[in-house]
Write a protein that binds this ligand. Structure first.
Ligand code: UN1
Length: 504
């Protein structure tokens, strides 16, 4: 472990805040990073004070003023170098993800790959920040729109994607000409430091040190200051609905913008004519992957009544074969939950589901070993149970039956969240109905693919309580820029729009 930490530059006296150079601790306390697999501490990290936030913020704002004038394709070249640097550290950084948040090796490395992918995507995008050109109704006039950098962007990330979600935001923001100040989850500070250092090295080599700032601080001090800071025209926040509602309200109060990526309550519908082998694999990855701690995790399953009994049997058998344990050991499919709080939430949800009439089909208990391990759990439920509408960040899958597709779609939509959704079917009609306007109401809708594991090329995000934000691919970059509509008159007259006359 110490070798890994030192290869990533995480030596013992790292303070929690960087703006290029390390800053001394302002004595506001420390945060301990724990290994969820053992429950043991890995390192103690100094928390940043509000004064340190100010320093980092001031550097970012200063650098942004110059960065916005640096041509976008040249910004892209620096992001290309970041992608290369992340490639060089991919396995180590992936191992740190496993160590600090408990993802199995493949998922830890996959998370870093997601950051590399968005770097590659951003490089190409740096030559494609297109505006439209319109035909003016006035003679000798030209109209077009262009996109300018927004300024400095605040990025708040959650523990479950401690590297990739920062990269989605920061790489795109950077090619758009913005600076970024990052407040990571206090449950994953080491990954934030390691990721930041790799990218800061690249920035420093190119003369842009401090364009990306990292502030590891508490919600009360740093978080509050950040969301109220008028120098941040955009705050992008990933986490709980409760957090997003608060951040959204505070930032809206100062008429700033937010990009919110909040809770999900994702469902898979398995139609009667589905390829059931495919469905089983999709459900297993969606519901058990990352120990149920993705915002895209499959939390509800709707099975057609004709296949339900036999399919459930097969699923229970599959769940029984999931190897739980050290996320870095070969063959492990499910690591620990992040902390004791998560185990408690899991236990409470299982108890509450039972109280509401659900039947535990398998799992339902914590695993008797050190660390925060629980069993992947299937609960036969009814869509009317209130617990089914609630997101518990744990591997609990509520299994329900349906007889008609419209009814299944209705139930799938009948929750406050709207992130991801899927249908397994070989029927063209069912697939298209699911994807139509009367189908899934989520930001992501898949056919014959589970709810999680989206590629970076699409816009990622969801509706309703998920917050409405779109990050990552497609035209999500527009959130990090300001649009300007320009009209140019190259004639000798001054005609007014709408044929208006205003002459003496
Ligand atoms: C998250 O859980 O916050 O689609 C993001 C997925 C990943 C991203 C998840 N690519 O599951």
């Amino acid at each position: 472990m110490n070798d890994l930490l030192s290869r990533l530059g995480l030596t013992s006296s790292n303070p929690g805040a960087w703006a290029g150079a390390a800053l001394p601790s302002a004595g506001v306390g420390t945060v301990v990073s724990y290994n969820p697999t053992t429950g043991e501490p890995i390192a103690e990290i100094q928390l940043a004070s509000v004064a340190q936030y100010e320093e980092i913020m001031a550097t970012a704002v200063r650098q942004q003023k110059a960065w916005q004038l640096y041509p976008a394709p040249k910004r892209g070249e620096i992001i290309r170098q970041m992608g290369e640097a992340l490639r060089a550290h991919r396995d180590d950084l992936g191992a740190l993800v496993s160590l600090e948040v408990g993802k199995i090796t493949g998922e830890g490395v996959g998370e870093v790959q997601e950051a590399i992918d968005i770097a590659d995507f951003s490089v190409g995008l740096s030559r494609q920040l297109y505006g439209l050109s319109m035909h003016s109704e006035r003679a000798n006039h030209r109209m077009y729109e262009q996109w300018h950098p927004l300024g400095t962007v605040g990025v708040i990330t959650a523990f479950n994607f401690p590297c990739a979600v920062w990269a989605w935001n920061s790489m795109i923001a950077a090619i758009c000409g913005d600076a970024v100040v990052w407040k990571p989850s206090l449950k994953a500070p080491l990954i934030a430091i390691a990721t930041h250092r790799i990218c800061e090295d690249v920035l420093a080599k190119n003369g842009w040190s401090g364009l990306f700032g990292l502030v590891i601080g508490t919600d009360k001090d740093v978080g509050e200051t950040m969301i109220r800071d008028p120098r941040l025209p955009l705050v992008s926040a990933t986490g709980s609905v409760r957090m997003g509602r608060y951040v959204g309200t505070v930032v809206a109060e100062r008429l700033g913008r937010t990009l919110l990526e909040l809770g999900g309550n994702n469902a898979i519908i398995v139609d009667k004519d589905a390829d059931l082998d495919l469905a089983l694999r999709g459900i297993l990855f969606g519901a058990v992957g990352t120990a149920g701690q993705r915002c895209t995790t499959t939390r509800r399953l709707f099975l057609h009544k004709d296949i339900s009994a036999r399919f459930t049997e097969r699923l229970v058998k599959l769940y029984g074969q999931v190897r739980i344990g050290d996320p870095m050991a070969e063959g492990t499919l499910m690591g620990p939950l992040i902390d004791e709080g998560a185990v408690r939430d899991y236990e409470l949800a299982v108890a509450e589901a039972t109280r509401q009439g659900g039947t535990v089909l398998c799992g339902g208990k914590r695993v008797d070993r050190p660390g925060h391990f629980v069993e992947p759990t299937l609960i036969a439920a009814d869509p009317a149970m209130s617990i089914v509408k609630h997101e518990t960040f744990a591997p609990i899958l509520y299994v329900m039956e349906f007889s008609d597709l419209d009814q299944a779609i209705h139930h799938q939509n009948d929750v406050p969240q709207g992130l991801s959704s899927s249908i397994f079917t070989n029927s063209f009609r069912s697939a298209e109905a699911f994807l139509s306007a009367r189908g899934s109401d989520c930001g992501i809708a898949n056919v014959n693919i589970g709810t999680s594991g989206a590629e970076i090329g699409g816009a990622f995000g969801g509706e309703k309580e998920t917050g409405g934000g779109r990050e990552s691919g497609s035209d999500s970059w527009k959130a990090y820029m300001r649009r300007q509509t320009c009209t140019l008159n190259y004639g000798a007259d001054l005609p007014l729009a709408q044929n208006l006359r205003f002459d003496l």
